[in-house]
Ligand binder design. Structure first.
Ligand code: ADP
Ligand code: MG
Length: 343
């Protein structure tokens, strides 16, 4: 008998190192700049945005950001039954359908990263996610049977999803696309682009732990970000990084999982085995200009496990920092490209 003992829905793996009081606006300094804090909810999590400038109309900016995020949710949330993606998932037609610009952008990157990672990142893995109880559908009481696992595995694979000329088509009627692994990162990019389009070039955008930053704080210092210690019981700083004008994404299975008979089941599925990942890698942090790319890569590397992840990161010249669990505690390793960001 298996019981879902421990499910932590909150996944904010990164903390802003400099803890600030929760007022809407911070005092100006010699530079005449102010820091404005915008907070809200989206994609089943929270967002926290800091913008730095002079005379920013905070309410108007937040309205614009919320509108962008609402549209994103209406395009690709699997929790909204009539979202564009949900309708595609519900349909059993094999005919190509036109997709919105936003959905096209995310699908294209999902397919690119899926191929690059040799299938470690697979946005058609949804039926397996649901089977293991981490999707919007249901939470199972038992570990699925091998037979059910195999029939479900037959329903997944990026080769069954065709994206061409801004149209999307299924090759099997019950293909299910779940973009949750890169949608938050895309949301961060969307918000960052919106902020820049409004003439603001100093900001920090964070949605559910995914971040993108640019420029400076109101004090004139660079933004600092902390990688958390990989513990599900407490929140503490493990390593401070200075990512400069980049996005930071962390994938880790120590906040969202369930436990059964002493075994821990991650919410990240290895598409090759059809099972939740089960190795010593506990967190992967990626720094990249695009939050969507960083988000997808962090999950892909998490699926690969320690050795493959480091080999892949070096081969593709990626800025990656990993924490693995050993008998002697946590051991961290970073690629050469990541080292410039370590404080
Ligand atoms: P993390 O930040 O820990 O990588 P995310 O929330 O970004 O986690 O992504 C995990 C979610 O992505 C899961 O809840 C599931 O819906 C989906 N998922 C799980 N395994 C995979 C995979 N191999 N490829 C793509 N998506 C996955
Ligand atoms: Mg991710």
């Amino acid at each position: 008998m298996l019981k879902a003992l421990n499910l932590f829905k909150i996944k904010t793996l990164l903390l802003i190192a400099s803890l600030l009081v929760l007022s809407g606006c911070f005092p100006s300094n010699d530079l005449g700049r102010k820091e404005y804090l915008l907070q809200g909810n989206t994609m089943g999590t929270t967002y926290s945005i800091k913008v730095v400038g002079e005379n920013i109309d905070k309410a108007k900016l937040q309205q614009g950001i919320d509108a962008e995020l609402m549209q994103l949710n209406q395009e690709m949330s699997t929790y909204i039954a009539d979202s564009e993606l949900s309708k595609f998932n519900q349909s059993t037609s094999l005919e190509p359908v036109n997709v919105s610009m936003g959905l096209a952008r995310v699908i294209k990157e999902a397919i690119r990263l899926g191929q690059l990672s040799n299938g470690a990142l697979d946005v058609t893995v949804g039926p397996l996610v649901n089977l293991w109880g981490f999707g919007p559908e249901y939470r199972p009481e038992t570990v699925p049977s091998t037979e059910l696992l195999n029939t479900t595995k037959a329903r997944i694979g990026l080769d069954k999803l065709v994206f061409e000329n801004n149209t999307l088509a299924k090759k099997i009627p019950d293909l299910y696309v779940d973009l949750s692994t890169i949608a938050k990162g895309y949301g961060v990019d969307l918000v960052a682009e919106y902020i820049e389009a409004n003439g603001i070039n100093n900001y920090l955008v964070e949605i559910g732990g995914e971040m993108r930053l640019k420029g400076f704080k109101h004090t004139g210092e660079l933004w600092h970000v902390a990688i958390e210690k990989p513990l599900s019981t407490e929140r503490a700083v493990h390593q401070i990084i200075i990512p400069k004008d980049n996005a930071v994404a962390t994938s880790g299975d120590y906040r969202i999982y369930f436990e059964a008979d002493g075994q821990r089941f991650s919410h990240i599925i290895d598409p090759n085995t059809g099972k939740p990942i089960n190795h010593k890698l506990v967190s992967v942090t990626v720094i990249h200009p695009s939050s969507m790319t960083a988000d997808g890569l962090s999950t892909a590397l998490m699926v690969m496990g320690e050795e493959k992840a480091l080999a892949f990161a070096n081969e593709h010249d990626l800025a990656v920092y990993i924490i693995a669990k050993t008998d002697h505690g946590f051991v961290e390793q970073s690629t050469v490209k990541f080292m410039q960001y370590l404080k």
